[in-house]
Design a protein around this ligand. Structure first.
Ligand SMILES: Cc1cc2nc3c(=O)[nH]c(=O)nc-3n(C[C@H](O)[C@H](O)[C@H](O)COP(=O)(O)O)c2cc1C
Length: 212
């Protein structure tokens, strides 16, 4: 069983996405898991591999995730922006988990541009609308604005989940009250029948009067 209701999952090559992931997990008091990439991505050849994977829309080979996402209410997925796109290891994770994803939220770390296209791509890959999203520029993770962004993200998650829970409670109450309502209708029907049976002879009398 998971320790918390939310899980932050991220891939980071040089540490920025990790810093955002850690800040979010801390603010939400939730579990965190790094996506483990099986490819070497350090140095210039590593950089080129990242670029090629992205330009060719290739997923990476990743280690099987340790956390089972069933049981979490919300998965928060984070990626670095690579050529205006989701990083290949995160693409692989989303493809792997797509059918099992509960509510989602997304974040990305970027150098200067491409954050919006990346977040939109994550939404398409997951097939779900995120309840919150966040884009953090590399180098901004120590700023006051960053702390504010984290606070707003956490608020958006809390508001969304509160409305989800309220919706679920109404649905649950409706399904729970359906049998009770059926029972009540059945009882009313029975009573009506009994009344009709009581009044039936009278009706016959009226009819017979009418015949007379
Ligand atoms: C292959 C590659 C492509 C990148 N392309 C972009 C880009 O299109 N736009 C951008 O703003 N930053 C780009 N970046 C920079 C990263 O998104 C940025 O440095 C980010 O903070 C890295 O996150 P990380 O430290 O978690 O790996 C690219 C980085 C790499 C390695």
């Amino acid at each position: 069983m998971p320790q918390s209701k939310y899980l932050v999952v991220y891939y980071s090559r040089t540490g920025t996405t990790r810093a955002v992931a850690v800040a979010l997990a801390k603010a939400l008091h939730c579990d965190i898991e790094a996506i483990v990439d099986n490819s070497k991505r350090a140095g210039i050849f590593g950089y080129l591999r990242c670029l090629l994977d992205t330009l060719q829309n290739r997923s990476a080979s990743i280690a099987p995730p340790k956390k089972n996402i069933s049981g979490y209410e919300l998965i928060i997925v984070g990626t670095p922006v690579w050529a205006g796109s989701v990083a290949a290891p995160v693409r692989a994770y989303l493809e792997m988990q797509k059918q099992r994803l509960p509510e989602v939220a997304f974040f990305c770390a970027f150098g200067g541009r491409g954050a919006e296209t990346t977040l939109a791509q994550m939404q398409r890959m997951a097939g779900k609308t995120p309840c919150a999203y966040l884009a953090v520029k590399a180098g901004d993770t120590r700023s006051e604005a960053f702390q504010q962004q984290i606070g707003e993200f956490v608020k958006a998650v809390a508001t969304h989940l509160k409305s989800c829970i309220a919706k679920r409670t109404v649905q649950h109450e409706m399904t729970q009250s359906a049998p009770a309502q059926h029972e009540r209708q059945h009882q009313e029907h029975q009573e009506h029948q009994e009344q009709r049976e009581d009044s039936l002879p009278l009706g016959i009398v009226i009819d017979s009067h009418a015949i007379d």
